[in-house]
Design a protein around this ligand. Structure first.
Ligand code: PA5
Length: 433
């Protein structure tokens, strides 16, 4: 059964039924372009069928490699940037213990990320840690030529070889890249690293269910088969419903594009769990890079409540009316914490004893939602029952499918990113490349 639910209330979304009905032909057209694979960028639609196409052999191989790393390393370093690390990090952070680095007894290596920044201090700090820890690394780059991960890999490769010797270093490195081209592929072949392939027809930001996401997620100790199963269930639902009452991706795409057409150019993803912050980062990349082109596209932003109600909350409630919200609602917590009874009630909190902390969090969510509707901030709510692999798999596929659909609806190619070249060209010139 599908767990994900889109709570699309027209009043809360500030949408008239007639406005919605007018969009149906455009939604049908975008849906056809996507599932019949006729749209721009159709050569990058491998992710669409990935949950049903991925081979058992590949999954077992990834699980076996992950187990080796889990048995061997205290720290596991993922080198990659953009789509080559955000999906893995989103899933790992959503599912792992919030304070894993401080747990003295943990079953999984601590996962650290690099190659996503050029900060010298960050790299120096990482090396200081790696001097003291047993570690393995995976370098991920589809093109195999991206500067940030390439520099990080050169530095860590040298560190690893010095620390363990060339042969053992080779055993501790896995490369995930193109099947034949790019500097990383050449290096991996020359050095004999274990390698996984990023399929030609899957772009970085849609690659979370390839080895790019699956290997780090499995090293984190999470069940990648359940993740894929969640995506598979949602794929079936989204590909096969052709009306706005039943297709949740159509509802989300209609909602966000209507807001855009009405001049609300910022979509704010709202969570009430800090461990979903990287899901927001993944979503921002997915939508920002897929739609932000040709002078078009919503600006994806995010807040984490209730933390940000005490900072950005003021702006959302009363600032310029630029935005609408997409709230991620998690119905149940995985763990329980009691609020203790206090005989003195000096802090005046005894009135809360009938509620769990999760219920109090929900009341904050509902109260915020009511206040924002009063403040003219439209909303849609996407909910899952709780954070687990299967439900996260549904969420990932939901946002991927809706993103591609939304791109076609907007009239752009959701699978290219010509704009990211501009900074690189300048940087290379400045560096004398
Ligand atoms: O979605 C994308 O295509 C990008 O964000 C890439 O993932 C990112 O630029 C990293 O590219 P590569 O994997 O080639 O190093």
């Amino acid at each position: 059964m599908i767990n994900l639910n889109v709570d699309f209330n027209l009043e809360k979304a500030s949408i008239e039924k007639s406005e919605l009905e007018l969009l149906v032909p455009e939604l049908e057209k975008a849906h056809r372009l996507l599932v019949e694979k006729n749209g721009e960028g159709k050569e990058f639609l491998g992710w669409l069928d990935l949950p049903v196409n991925i081979s058992k052999g590949l999954i077992f191989d990834i699980q076996a490699e992950a187990e080796k790393i889990r048995n061997k390393a205290d720290v596991y370093v993922v080198i990659g940037i953009g789509g080559s690390y955000l999906g893995a990090r989103a899933v790992i952070e959503a599912l792992q213990h919030n304070f894993i680095s401080l747990l003295s007894q943990r079953k999984s290596p601590q996962i650290l990320y690099c190659g996503n920044t050029l900060s010298e201090d960050y790299m120096a700090d990482l090396l200081e840690v790696l001097d003291q820890k047993d570690y393995c690394l995976t370098v991920i780059s589809k093109s195999g030529t991206t500067t940030e991960p390439a520099i990080a890999f050169r530095i860590l490769r040298a560190h690893l070889e010095k620390k363990y010797g060339k042969q053992e270093a080779r055993e501790r490195i896995i490369a995930i890249t193109d099947k034949e081209k790019g500097a990383l592929k050449t290096l991996a072949t020359e050095k004999g690293y274990k390698t996984y392939i990023v399929p030609d027809d899957i772009g970085g930001r849609f690659s979370v269910l390839t080895p790019v996401g699956l290997l780090p997620i499995a090293v984190g100790g999470f069940d990648i088969e359940k993740l894929i199963y969640g995506a598979k269930k949602l794929r079936h639902q989204l590909l096969n419903s052709h009306d706005i009452e039943h297709n949740m991706a159509w509802q989300y795409v209609a909602y966000r594009n209507l807001q855009y057409r009405k001049g609300r150019f910022v979509e704010l993803m709202v969570n009430y769990q800090p461990n979903l912050n990287y899901l927001s980062e993944w979503w921002k990349q997915l939508y920002g890079e897929s739609e932000g082109k040709e002078g078009k596209g919503l600006f994806p932003a995010s807040v984490s409540n209730t933390t940000d109600l005490h900072s950005m909350g003021q702006y959302v409630q009363e600032g310029a009316r630029l935005m609408f919200e997409t709230v991620i609602h998690i119905e149940n917590s995985n763990k329980k914490v009691n609020i203790p009874y206090d005989t003195t009630n000096n802090d005046g909190l005894n009135y809360l004893l009938d509620f769990s902390l999760n219920e109090i969090n929900h009341k904050a969510e509902i109260g915020t939602s009511m206040a924002h509707i009063d403040g003219n901030v439209p909303q849609i709510r996407i909910s899952i029952d709780k954070l687990n692999e299967e439900n996260i798999g549904e969420l990932l596929y939901f946002f991927e499918f809706a993103c591609a659909l939304s791109g076609y609806f907007l009239g752009v190619n959701p699978f290219d990113q010509p704009g990211v070249e501009a900074y690189k060209n300048n940087m290379f010139k400045l560096l004398g490349k």
